[in-house]
Design a protein around this ligand. Sequence first.
Ligand code: ADP
Ligand code: MG
Length: 306
Amino acid sequence: MQVKVKGVGLTKVFRLGFFGHKLVNAVDGVDIFLEDGGKACLIGESGSGKTTLARVLLMLLKPTKGKVFFNGTELTTLPESKLRGFRRRMQMVPQHPEAFLDPRWFIYDSVAEPLRIHGLVDRKSEELEKVLEVTELVGLKPEHLRRRPMDLSGGELQRVAIARALILNPEFLVADEPTSMLDLPTQAKILAILLELQRRMRFTLLFITHDFNIARYMSDYVYVMYSGRVVEEGGVKDILEEPIHPYTKSLVRGVVYDLEGSKGWVRCPFYKRCRMRLKVCSEKPPKMFKVDGERKVRCWVYGEER
Ligand SMILES: Nc1ncnc2c1ncn2[C@@H]1O[C@H](COP(=O)(O)OP(=O)(O)O)[C@@H](O)[C@H]1O
Ligand SMILES: [Mg+2]
């Protein structure tokens, strides 16, 4: 496969508290490979590090450790002046579009803004043409462009957010739970539009969700995240049919684990609940092991090192 975006050993530690003494390992040694023109999902509960990982891949946050590659170029060592050329090519659709749209602006200006920031059009007529084109692509009408954010529904605002990202014709698009605030019929429409645009424009899509039904619809490959680490990855069908990791099972089958006090990675957080546990599971955090083909799971039961 042709890799578009690659993350190796990505780690992001936040410092909290007045003196910055409390450390949060939001992302903790993640390896991720996104195929050119492919569709992958990041799935995991709230706080598992999905948004942080995405922001690191887009170089919106500098990783504490690890490397990000785009088309084979390492971005993590580039100075900001050189990064600028890559920024247009990597875009994000946020979870809360209203937070990114200026309430005083006409929608037209919000959609056109990325073109202006990146200096991509010289003439107003050219700008108008591009704005109208992308407006139609996301299923909005020209009259929406003359309104302000408060006069649009949640679904329409999300379409504006998609338009803002796609007007730059990106090669890599992250959609961060873009429909989680919408009602079901609106969700379905937005997801269908994103899929159709991905098929036509062939950008590499990383979709973030906490819902396996959405992951199945939106992607071919999934990374399951728990507490900053990938615990299982593989083809979405394989994982849905036969989840291996206890956490993936809980997401697929809707089992809820009470993991109070066992978060973090001093050992396997699922040690107490797991019927297959080995001695090592209580002693060391599990590593990632290949299962068959392209599947991987963070579980000692599938490892050589015991
Ligand atoms: N800017 C930040 N400063 C400090 N901690 C953060 C920051 N952003 C995220 N975190 C923490 O990192 C962890 C992962 O957060 P996040 O990436 O937003 O998870 P998710 O998107 O899966 O809900 C959480 O514990 C969160 O509180
Ligand atoms: Mg998030």
